[in-house]
Design a protein around this ligand. Structure first.
Ligand SMILES: Cc1cc2nc3c(=O)[nH]c(=O)nc-3n(C[C@H](O)[C@H](O)[C@H](O)COP(=O)(O)O)c2cc1C
Length: 445
């Protein structure tokens, strides 16, 4: 029987994706310590999650009003630590949980990223994944040697070339290359490690690569492209895809078209798992969950929202009065996460004001939350999963570590009782958990 896959949405920062999360009375304050992440890792492993993955941004928000003072004052994702270093601390406290980190193709070289993630895959015994992003806005560019973000579709063209190089490097060692024959001084078979000599349109890397294959072959590739170009990229390279769709109908259409796009690339759609983002607010009863929700709703402020809208759309919302409409030209000029802009336009507002953007996107607030006891939340998940509009879920926390503790305590047993979710891990690698075959050479070509 098909089983739900669960992904935990993690941030190596002072809050969850919701900036106000740090102000929650139950939020832990030791978010710069290994113990904090290790506790979360143990909770997720107890709940048999497939994987916890860290998002990333290479800048703190400072688009809004052109300055970072508000970010620091309100703690709007003000801390952003290196996700790979944090991931290793978590790996040391867990044995089965898959572990992923986000890394940008725009600001690093393929050799570096391939080496980093293949090392992680060895150090975690085949539990690693790379969430491939192309980075969205100018403040990341300014921290990383450029003045402006590269145009949206160009970023993906470069990323295609990046993936060919990275996967080529991973494939340049045979699985059985290492022999360790001490008596005859044969460390590894010379013919089993090849130079890549990649010369693409954007990237060049010669090789030979310096990290051997891992027990699952190579790390799992995660992607979350939402635009047309982004989804094309995801259907070509992604093995685990994250989607964030507001309604069941939109999610259904996208599920079918993404699986079809994957098949059109000559890939097996079963090896392309789609996980839908959701924010469960779980408790023992619906009433208790509603009380929790009510508390969350008191925490965000206007600055949180305007700051994250500015980041997401690469535009300073401080330039506009709260009720001043965006002109057609302003709308055209919005870059960054196109789906954010589209969501507002699709709701019938062609020239929205900042207040419209805040209300219609709910960015920076707990949005589309599933609020309920075990039954209500499992009902939603079962409907989405069996329809199907997804193969699993990305579980977004609203407060840490409480959201994951609640989910594991209340919802996981109900999903298990319904036969929708594993009671025990049946394998040891992330590919095992996701039902993906061990990677073989050239299977991505
Ligand atoms: C669950 C989830 C996690 C994401 N994590 C990141 C991230 O860590 N860093 C990032 O730059 N973008 C992240 N994104 C954004 C996507 O990578 C992508 O850029 C975005 O959905 C816009 O799609 P597009 O690039 O096709 O326009 C995430 C998206 C989702 C749904």
């Amino acid at each position: 029987m098909r089983q739900i896959h669960l992904v935990a949405f993690l941030q190596a920062q002072n809050c969850t994706t919701i900036p106000a999360a740090w102000r929650h009375p139950e939020a832990r304050a030791d978010f710069t310590s290994p113990e904090y992440y290790q506790h979360i890792g143990r909770v997720l492993e107890h709940g048999k999650f497939d994987i916890g993955f860290f998002d990333d941004r290479l800048a703190m928000p400072d688009m809004y009003t052109g300055d970072h003072a508000h970010t620091i004052e309100h703690g709007i994702r003000a801390v952003k630590m290196d996700p790979v270093a944090v991931l290793m601390a978590m790996a040391m406290a867990t044995e089965r949980l898959g572990l992923g980190a986000t890394f940008s193709t725009t600001y690093h070289e393929p050799f570096y990223v391939a080496r980093l993630f293949q090392t992680l895959d060895l150090m975690t015994k085949g539990r690693a994944a790379w969430n491939v992003v192309t980075s969205v806005n100018d403040n990341e560019a300014r921290n990383m040697g450029r003045d402006k973000v590269i145009a949206h579709d160009d970023r993906y063209d470069r990323a295609d070339d990046f993936m060919e190089a990275a996967l080529g490097l991973w494939d340049s060692w045979d699985d059985d290359a290492i022999i360790l024959d001490k008596a005859n001084s044969v460390f590894a078979k010379p013919g089993s490690v090849r130079r890549l000599d990649h010369e693409g349109e954007f990237y060049k890397t010669r090789g030979p690569f310096t990290v051997p294959r891992s027990v699952q072959g190579r790390p799992v590739v995660i992607q979350a492209g939402a635009s047309g170009r982004g989804q094309k990229f995801a259907a070509r390279w992604g093995e685990l895809l994250f989607t964030a769709f507001p309604t069941f109908d939109i999610a259904k259409r996208n599920y079918d078209s993404l699986k079809a796009a994957c098949a059109a690339n000559g890939r097996n759609p079963d090896n392309f798992k789609i996980a839908a983002l959701g924010f469960p607010v779980a408790a023992a009863t619906k009433m208790e969950a509603e009380d929790k929700r009510a508390l969350y709703d008191t925490l965000p402020n206007e600055t949180d929202q305007l700051s994250l809208l500015s980041e997401g759309l690469n535009y300073d919302f401080g330039q506009k009065g709260m009720d001043e409409p965006f002109t057609d030209e302003d709308m055209e000029g919005l870059s960054g996460i196109q789906a954010l802009r589209d969501r507002v336009v699709q709701q019938g507002v062609a020239n929205p004001t900042p207040r419209d953007f805040m209300n219609l996107t709910q960015r920076g607030r707990l949005n589309h939350a599933w609020v309920g006891g075990p039954k209500e939340i499992a009902d939603i998940m079962e409907e989405w999963f069996t329809s199907p509009v997804c193969d699993g879920f990305v579980i977004g926390p609203s407060v840490l570590p409480g959201s994951f503790e609640d989910f594991v305590e209340h919802v996981v047993p109900e999903l298990q009782r319904r036969g929708l979710y594993r009671k025990e891990y049946t394998g040891s690698t992330l590919r095992d958990h996701l039902g993906l075959p061990k990677a073989t050479h050239g299977d991505w070509q």
